[in-house]
Design a protein around this ligand. Structure first.
Ligand SMILES: Cc1cc2nc3c(=O)[nH]c(=O)nc-3n(C[C@H](O)[C@H](O)[C@H](O)COP(=O)(O)O)c2cc1C
Length: 177
């Protein structure tokens, strides 16, 4: 299986990247090809909402999303990885998801597997409620097949995350897909 991980933190060596790397490690051990893409490092413009693509077709914006779109469409599994930013995903990751617009039907038709990896400073029992609701809605709308989620509460810094049990959980999830 081809797996693409959209790593949405601007910290290339942060807690989200740590979970993404552990997930990728487990998934590679299970025999899958995994591409972890640091989407925050890419110069991807926000969807203009022009809908010239009619929700499926060429996008009027010519930037590196074109290449990423090819990678997503070649994948069997889509993993969203993000730190919690004001109780949602990062703007960088959301920007990429908005650009799914021009491949909406193609992505939906693929019935891709999916997973969510997230970290947050807080550890209230409601910390991830809004993010999970969004993710669950994306799964429903894009006809994804959810394979699981790792919600790293109390993961405010990379050292906190490394000391938590969440990197092992991300590895185990990768190993299981
Ligand atoms: C702009 C911003 C917004 C944040 N919002 C939240 C939040 O709503 N809830 C929370 O628990 N942590 C929040 N955090 C903390 C991060 O989720 C946390 O530090 C995370 O470990 C950062 O992951 P990274 O190392 O991958 O960047 C926020 C951090 C930033 C910079």
């Amino acid at each position: 299986m081809n797996v693409i991980v959209l790593q949405g933190s601007p910290n290339a060596n942060g807690s989200t990247a740590l979970l993404a790397a552990e997930f990728a490690h487990g998934a590679r051990e299970a025999g899958h090809a995994v591409d972890v893409v640091d989407v925050a490092a890419l110069d991807i413009a926000p969807c203009t909402g022009c809908v010239a693509c009619s929700y499926e077709g060429p996008c009027v914006l010519s930037d590196v999303f074109g290449g990423l779109r090819q990678k997503i469409l070649a994948a069997d599994m889509l993993v969203l990885a993000t730190p919690l930013y004001y109780y949602g995903m990062t703007a960088q990751l959301k920007t990429v998801i908005d650009r799914f617009c021009s491949a909406n039907s193609s992505i939906t038709r693929k019935r891709m597997k999916s997973a969510l990896l997230a970290v947050a400073w807080n550890s209230d029992d409601w910390t991830f409620d809004a993010l999970e609701a969004h993710y669950d809605t994306l799964v429903r709308y894009l006809d994804l097949r959810d394979c699981g989620r790792v919600l790293g509460s109390g993961c405010g810094t990379p050292s906190m995350t490394a000391r938590s049990g969440f990197p092992e959980k991300a590895y185990a999830l990768g190993r299981s897909v």
